[in-house]
Write a protein that binds this ligand. Structure first.
Ligand SMILES: [Zn+2]
Ligand SMILES: [Zn+2]
Length: 1231
């Protein structure tokens, strides 16, 4: 453009020469010789227009302006611009300022545009007309928009004094630019003004036209002219077959309502489609030579234009009303009395659906203030209304509509409170109403994001094929934006996300939404019938009825999900509620803080409002060895199971897109606190440190999985520390591989490796690594085409091909996929190297693990190697593949047989606590960082076949180099292999997690916990040995009290506390807080056997039948002496006390313990004092001598059963209770 203009700016002579050349070349009709007269007319037109502004800057010619042809604009004008021939610079400035602050105004270029206005897009006489408008010159044709078209302009040459040009959007190189013609064009040659017909034309007004439609016989001969005011204009409907629109004329002065009587006219002749741009609602028109026709699927007749029909503005002096009565004759008029049958209503059917409401049809004129989502046809009107244009075919409008555009909306639907996250009222146009351009925008169009550039086809599909209602459609547009912001452009390009890969498969975006859409909008709705939508009364269209949408779900970013999880975890972290009330009062400071040290929260998708759907790309971390879900916001560790009890084994999953509606968001809370006692639990300031570990766990069987285009595989590095990642399973073209069967996998932890020769000594840092042992299946295979060649046989085939594979560095990413009993293929990409999978000379792992594993060779898995899972049915002859994981028998587990101290079993986790690190086992010094990290103690119920009451066992996991595995949560089931069995000083068996231990989670904690009631047993059952429940309930009677002890201890150092003061010598305890502790030993019997029960702390209150207030007062009384202990010997309960027997407190307790309020029937929940993991055999019954009068009796006596109380309940129907208990319960209820 610049060069042309530079030439143009010169003397008038050069300007004129250039102008003449341009006009002859560009504007002269191609089929005629260029004439001087033609050229002069164009220049005169420019001159006249230029001088009309009054101040022609010393020249009669616009010397600063140059001519631009259509071709010039298309080829050189890459930026939006405008040109105003008659404007001064100040006028332009003022105009630009009025454009508003929200954007940049169109920059001004000094260009002269002259061309023919036409509705013909190409050379085709008829097919080239579809209602669009163009500016044409000899160099080409450009689409244009004009606000008030005069039909007489078509086909004439014009100078356009004021216009804007908008080139195609950057992403749409193949697209066309368009012109916005701002002011009325100036004709180069005077237009012939039609003087109207010589005699007034006969017309019918709408009411009469309607009546005439019912007289079929007359319709054949009559081709009436209809006159009336334009009361309705439909959208321009374009189908594959044809394009048309429907207008309705009403009475000029309607008696009551505006829509009194009106008649609809279909315009479908291609040359007449451009009328749509010339028609203004509210103006009066005459349409000539109409005929009546029947529309397919429509019951009655409608007026239609003929090719010879004309559209004329209605001038009263040029028309006369036709007397219909005269034309038809009186006899036929009875037919008028018949009312039209109403067509069957789709609305009646829709009403049955549910609480639907009607939208309001209205007309509205407003200014677009924002583009919300251009391809989805969503805009903001006047800053407060939503506008949705996607229910119309709005292709031509799409390019024009931007902030600043004024639109007149005819018969649009107003929908209020549509729900689904949309708050403002929305105007939406169906095919019945027209969206008319009433003012252009002065602003440059904003550059579109790629999401917006690519989505148009998808949104059209949703409206026209899936037939989504507006509330759901609006939600879908939001959901797609959410999803795109999670994945695009770094994991997926927008077009990969939005466009379908093949015609058969929908786009990834749609596949992600499909599970929700299939429920809310089943894809089997009849398609829209445009004729019905426009003509039928009552009106029926997808926008007519709607119901408020409950937001179905949302797709949060992983960072947001993590943050929300953390927030919820800390919001719900309340030390007071975390520790159960009666027990907490007796805990010392140390116990209290230990119990608070670890807790967890599990959030299900339904706990979020709206429900959250997990979407992310699965990656395997090369730094941590764990699996992660990743999106653009970050990553979230995840624990996956293939399906119930099945670990994930296929590394193919790396890089796949995962969508999970069912998942558990787990937040493990680690808290370092220093609460002195329970009394301070509500106070702040005692928590020194709190950390949360957030991860998700779900079954792949519950998720949808899509492979991603491999070129956009995200790396698993943390976002803060980008680091190149070896690219993952791109299948190599050259390479070699070898199959191996995995028999054991060791824990992932930091291990010491000696530095390879030549490396610096500083490398001797522990490295995250793991080993697997197994054996090769056959020899090395070479890549042959797409498959693998035959195994290369080498050496002794019968040699046991045991191998130890070492995974360290980036190859730890395979950790989660390797499981015993599975066959894997180790692939080394690149040109074959001989003996690559043979013994590894360079790795100088110590010989010990090799010997332990009994392996013959040892190999370090290189970073670039790839692991593939081989389904074992593909490998026919592998002897001894056992999918069944080994489990130790209960006898092995709970015996003192130590020939094999490594045990394996499946178990359900009952509880998890943090405890002090193991003094004996760990090599760490107390106080070191490792020691402070503590040790995880999990109590499990071992799953064993034919065992009704699974024994409980403690497992200790400790070690600074061992990352805490995910998923060790109460309620989860876990398989452990090669745990070390140990026996405590009190002969209890416990297990210790070793570096060689393998574990995998079998199932996640149940989403709803059903508390299984304890079995009800007779005490004699406990003597049978073998299958005895560890915990149970017995209905029994308290026979006597053996001993009772109440004391106060310092909460800090647990020394005896007298008068509330610590008695520790040289006490330096930071607080003088003391807590009470209590224990009682009871003899109970239930008619089958006797048992000694120990109750502690709050259970003592229940055993004594005291209510909380009485219990509190009793403990207050003990505070003075600090300790009261009573011993009762024998069933007759002779009291003997360490305290002075005559003290009132002692006297009271002694009488209480012998009264019927204590010695009463109770429901006792208990557990065996002797743990099932205790490995000393039961005492046999022993002979005991009794004195009965003078007769000595010798009898076998069973050892007394020793029980620990879990709780004591008063039996049901216990009206005969001791006075204390009953009075107490009364006080409690009254209180
Ligand atoms: Zn509608
Ligand atoms: Zn103390």
């Amino acid at each position: 453009m610049a060069t042309r203009r530079a030439q143009a700016v010169g003397t008038e002579q050069t300007w004129l020469e250039n102008a003449r050349d341009f006009i002859q070349e560009t504007l002269c009709p191609a089929d005629k010789e260029p004439t001087i007269q033609f050229t002069q007319s164009v220049i005169d037109c420019v001159k006249t227009t230029w001088s009309s502004q009054g101040r022609n800057q010393g020249s009669t010619l616009p010397l600063s302006y140059g001519f631009a042809s259509v071709q010039d604009l298309r080829s050189y004008q890459c930026l939006p611009c405008c040109s105003h021939l008659t404007w001064s610079s100040t006028a332009y400035q003022a105009w630009a300022q009025e454009a508003g602050l929200s954007g940049a105004p169109l920059p001004r270029e000094r260009l002269l545009l002259v061309g023919t206005l036409t509705d013909l897009s190409g050379d085709l006489e008829q097919g080239g007309r579809n209602g669009s408008l163009y500016v044409k010159d000899n160099t080409g044709i450009l689409g244009c928009e004009l606000i008030d078209l005069d039909l007489s302009w078509l086909g004439h040459l014009f100078l356009f004094p004021s216009w804007g040009y908008l080139p195609p959007a950057k992403w749409n190189r193949s697209g066309e630019g368009h012109l916005e013609l701002w002011s009325a064009p100036v004709p180069v040659f005077p237009l012939t003004i039609s003087t109207g017909p010589p005699t007034p034309i006969p017309v019918l007004y709408p009411e009469a036209a309607c009546r005439l439609l019912r007289h079929r016989s007359k319709l054949r001969v009559m081709q009436p002219n209809l006159a009336g005011k334009l009361v309705r204009l439909s959208a321009l409907v374009k189908s594959k077959k044809k394009a048309y629109f429907i207008l309705s004329l009403g009475e000029l002065s309607p008696p009551d309502s505006q829509m009194g009587g009106h008649v609809s006219i279909i315009v479908q002749v291609p040359t007449q489609l451009v009328w749509h741009r010339a028609l203004w609602p509210g103006r009066a028109y005459v349409l000539t030579e109409l005929r009546a026709s029947k529309i397919h699927g429509h019951r009655y007749r409608v007026w239609t234009t003929k090719p010879s029909s004309h559209l004329l503005p209605l001038k009263p002096e040029c028309v006369r009303e036709l007397d219909l009565d005269l034309e038809l004759g009186r006899t036929l008029l009875e037919a008028d009395a018949k009312t039209l049958p109403r067509t069957s209503s789709i609305q009646d059917r829709q009403e049955q659906k549910g609480p639907a409401r009607d939208s309001t049809l209205l007309s509205y004129t407003g200014t677009v203030t924002a583009v919300l989502n251009q391809p989805a046809g969503l805009y903001e009107l006047d800053g407060q209304l939503g506008l949705c244009l996607s229910y119309q075919q709005f292709h031509s409008l799409r390019r024009v509509v931007r902030p600043g555009v004024r639109l007149e909306l005819q018969d649009v639907h107003l929908l209020q409170s549509v729900g689904g996250g949309t708050r403002r009222p929305v105007l939406a146009a169906c095919l019945r109403g027209a969206v008319l351009l009433r003012g252009f925008s002065r602003l440059k169009p904003e550059s579109q994001s790629s999401l917006h550039a690519w989505g148009a086809y998808l949104y059209e599909k949703l409206v026209w094929e899936r037939q989504l209602g507006l509330p759901l459609y609006l939600w879908v547009t939001k959901a797609l934006e959410e999803l795109a912001s999670k994945l695009c452009p770094h994991m997926l390009r927008h077009h990969q996300f939005l466009q379908c890969a093949s015609p058969a498969s929908p786009s990834l975006a749609l596949q992600l939404l499909a599970p929700t859409l299939d429920v809310l909008a089943p894809p089997c709705v009849p398609s829209r019938n445009a004729h019905k939508e426009i003509l039928e009364e009552p009106h029926c269209c997808p926008l007519q009825k709607y119901s408020r949408l409950q937001t179905p779900c949302s797709f949060p970013t992983l960072a947001a999900l993590k943050e929300e999880g953390e927030c919820k975890a800390w919001d719900s972290f309340d030390p007071k509620t975390l520790l159960s009330a009666p027990e907490v009062a007796h805990l010392t400071s140390c116990q209290l803080n230990q119990r608070l040290a670890w807790s967890w929260l599990c959030l299900l998708p339904s706990t979020f409002q709206p429900a959250q759907v997990l979407v992310g790309v699965l990656v395997a971390s090369s730094h941590k060895g764990c699996l992660q879900l990743r999106d653009q916001s970050g990553s979230l560790p995840c624990l996956l199971l293939d399906k119930h009890s099945q670990p994930v084994t296929d590394p193919w999953l790396i890089g796949c897109l995962v969508r999970a509606e069912r998942f558990q968001l787990v937040i493990e809370r680690n808290v370092k606190s220093s609460f002195p006692s329970w009394q301070e639990l509500g106070m702040e300031g005692f928590i020194q440190d709190q950390r949360a570990r957030v991860y998700v766990q779900f079954l792949l069987a519950d998720a949808l999985i899509w492979p991603m285009p491999r070129t956009f595989l995200p790396s698993a590095t943390s976002s803060t520390r980008p680091q190149p990642e070896p690219s993952l399973p791109e299948v190599p073209h050259v390479g070699q591989s070898r199959l191996f069967l995995l028999s054991h996998k060791e824990a992932l932890m930091k291990r010491n490796f000696c530095a390879p020769p030549g490396a610096s000594a500083a490398v001797a840092k522990p490295t995250l690594s793991f080993h697997v042992s197994g054996r090769w299946l056959g020899g090395t295979q070479r890549k042959e085409g797409t498959g693998w060649g035959p195994p290369q046989l080498k050496g002794d085939e019968n040699k046991d091909q045991k191998v130890l594979l070492i995974f360290m560095g980036p190859s730890v990413r395979w950790f989660e996929f390797l499981h015993p009993g599975q066959v894997y293929r180790l692939v080394a990409p690149g040109p074959p190297t001989p003996a690559l999978f043979e013994e590894d000379g360079s790795s100088c792992i110590s010989q010990r693990p090799l010997e332990l594993a009994g392996c013959t060779s040892c190999l370090t898995v290189q970073d670039a190697w790839i692991l593939e899972h081989e389904r074992s049915q593909d490998i026919p002859d592998i002897p001894g593949i056992s999918k069944v994981l080994p489990e130790s028998s209960l006898t092995d587990l709970l015996s003192d047989n130590f020939t094999d101290s490594l045990v394996s079993f499946s178990a359900e986790i009952l509880s998890r606590t943090l405890c002090e690190p193991f003094p004996a086992a760990s090599g760490t010094k107390p106080g070191s960082t490792e020691a402070r990290k503590g040790c995880v103690k999990i109590t499990v119920a071992v799953e064993a076949a034919h065992c009704e009451f699974p024994p409980h066992l403690d497992i200790y996991i400790e070690g600074p180099h061992l990352p805490r595995p995910l998923g060790l949560l109460p309620g989860a089931r876990v398989y452990f292999k090669q745990l070390e069995k140990r026996v405590s000083r009190s002969h209890n068996v416990y297990c210790y997690f070793q570096s060689s231990t393998y574990m995998h989670v079998l199932s996640f904690p149940p989403e709803t916990t059903v508390s299984v009631p304890l079995p009800h047993v007779y005490l004699a059952r406990l003597l049978q040995g073998g299958q005895t429940p560890f915990q149970a309930i017995a209905s029994c009677h308290i026979v006597s009290v053996f001993s009772l002890q109440l004391l106060w201890v310092c909460a800090h150092c647990t020394s005896l506390s007298v008068q509330g003061r610590c008695t520790h010598q040289g006490s330096t305890c930071p607080t003088q807080t003391s807590v009470s502790q209590a224990s009682i030993r009871l003899l109970v019997e239930d008619g089958t056997a006797e048992a000694v029960v120990t109750c502690r702390n709050h259970q003592v209150a229940a055993a004594l039948g005291l209510c909380p207030s009485e219990w509190a007062s009793l403990l207050e009384l003990v505070k003075g002496p600090g300790k009261v202990a009573l011993q009762f010997i024998g069933p007759e309960a002779q009291p003997e006390s360490s305290a002075k027997t005559d003290e009132p407190l002692t006297l009271f307790l002694r009488s209480l313990c012998t009264s019927l309020s204590v010695l009463r029937p109770v429901e006792l929940s208990f557990e065996l004092e002797r743990k099932p993991s205790k490995i000393i055999p039961l005492e046999p019954p022993r002979l005991q001598q009794f004195q009965r009068g003078k007769l000595p009796l010798l009898t076998h006596v069973n050892p007394r059963i020793q029980l620990s109380c879990l709780s004591i309940q008063e039996p049901e129907h216990s009206s005969s209770l001791g006075a204390f208990a009953s009075s107490c319960s009364e006080t409690v209820t009254k209180a």
